[in-house]
Ligand binder design. Structure first.
Ligand code: NZQ
Ligand code: ZN
Length: 387
């Protein structure tokens, strides 16, 4: 039976060609804005210019240098600026890292506790943060239309999630033309991350949620269809537009409503980023095949359905189709140039599985996955299979 659910997503999406200038209509004219950005790509590709021109009549100061996998120490510097300058509105111009960093700041700006790290360590749910909007420069995470964020702390090699209903962007501007300047490595990361977001909310067990299953399958099919076009020619506007909208739809809350979700691949993947600095999407491609093989018995019906509907595997038993589907997924990642073994990324992988299992035990993450039965022992086995 389909689960009961509530669904509210307040983010206004402004989608399409030449839409960045509309940022001026979305921010209150009396706001004092902190414009947040990353390592500087926006200054080379013209996005910064477009935003600054649009905001010519608004009081804006800037904070750049938020790194990929947004770093806590950097964000604390931005928090000082917010307090000292009496900022009232945040504007993220970037990919998932800048947007997530901005969500952390939105929460930290109103946080009453001792240390802002507690927002992550104690899983504080932010009911109302400082208002913020985004101009998305990299389709991948869906952060532009959800209320979650993931923050890294280099000092302790941690990467933890946070969120709450008060952390949806008020608006997000999605101009697909931004992808023309994205390096191939980040394009394939975006395709892979969005693909895995769908699988995390789909690869569980059937409960008769026909529409959600087909929403999920249609996003997967669209990503598979546009991937080669986007990589061959990032100026192909239609391919870019479908890519961008697929990434947003993959993680704006819609497809997970009424169905069980897994998210164990992300939990394990985040540790690989925290420990080795591997790009987020690539950690998912490393973990997913082992995760699906290890949990084959409980996931095989959905694996087979995915095999049939997404990869056109029509022959064989449920088991054949399910295995075929895992193989197709690996081949898809390899075709994008994404390696699927931990040893492809680091020589220091020995002991990683034990370390991750230990961390999960320590945090009390004793039962992950759709059945909440994936124990640290099983996590250790899965990560080892991914070496
Ligand atoms: O920093 P700059 O100079 O802007 O360069 C970035 C960065 O180096 C570059 N880039 C972005 N837009 C560009 C561009 N380069 C040229 N042209 C453009 N238009 O791309 C690099 C990667 O950017 P980043 O924001 O790190 O990538 P992504 O969007 O993949 O975000 C990854 C982060 O999001 C988290 C991940 O864990 C990771 O920290 N996630 C957030 C989620 C969420 N909030 O819902 C869910 C995801 O599962 C994920 O965990
Ligand atoms: Zn992800």
């Amino acid at each position: 039976m389909m689960n009961n659910f509530e669904f509210k997503n307040p983010t206004k999406i402004i989608f399409g060609k030449d839409t960045i200038e509309q940022v001026k209509n979305e921010i209150p004219s009396d706001a004092k804005v902190l414009l947040l950005y990353g390592g500087g790509s926006i200054k080379k590709n013209g996005i910064y210019e477009q935003v600054k021109t649009a905001l010519a009549n608004i009081n804006v100061i800037e904070f750049g240098g938020i790194p990929a996998n947004p770093e806590y120490a950097t964000l604390i510097e931005a928090l000082k600026v917010i307090k000292e300058e009496h900022i009232t509105y945040l504007l993220a111009v970037g990919g998932g890292s800048v947007i997530d960093g901005t969500k952390f700041l939105s929460a930290a700006a109103v946080f009453k506790g001792d240390s802002p790290w507690d927002i992550l360590a104690n899983k504080v749910r932010t009911e109302k943060g400082m208002p913020f909007g985004t101009v998305l420069t990299l389709p991948a995470t869906g952060s532009e239309m959800n209320s979650g964020a993931v923050i890294t702390r280099k000092e302790t090699k941690e990467k933890l999630a946070m969120g709450g209903p008060g952390l949806f962007p008020e608006f997000s501007i999605l101009d697909p033309q931004v992808i023309t300047s994205i390096p191939q490595r980040q394009l394939v990361n975006g395709l892979t991350d969005a693909f895995m977001h769908v699988l995390e909310q789909y690869m569980t067990y059937p409960i008769g949620a026909l529409l959600q299953d087909r929403f999920a399958e249609s996003i997967l099919q669209t990503i598979i269809e546009v991937a080669p076009k986007v990589l061959k020619d990032p100026t192909d506007y239609n391919a870019a537009a479908n890519f961008m909208w697929s990434c947003t739809m993959a993680l704006n809350g819609l497809i997970q409503k009424g169905v069980p979700t897994d998210w164990a691949v992300h939990a394990m993947g985040h540790e690989l980023t925290a420990l080795f600095g591997i790009d987020h999407a690539r950690t998912l491609a490393v973990i997913a095949p082992s995760h699906y093989k290890y949990n084959f018995e409980t996931k095989k019906e959905k694996l087979a359905q995915y095999g049939e509907r997404v990869w056109n595997i029509t022959k064989g038993t449920i088991d054949d189709k399910a295995y075929g589907a895992i193989e197709k997924t690996i081949t898809f990642f390899h075709g994008l140039g994404i390696n699927t073994k931990l040893s492809d990324y680091t020589k220091d992988y020995e002991g990683t599985a034990e370390e991750i299992a230990k961390r999960f035990t320590h945090r009390g993450w004793l039962g992950l996955g759709e059945h909440q039965t994936l124990s640290p022992y099983m996590v250790e086995k899965i990560v080892k299979m991914a070496y």
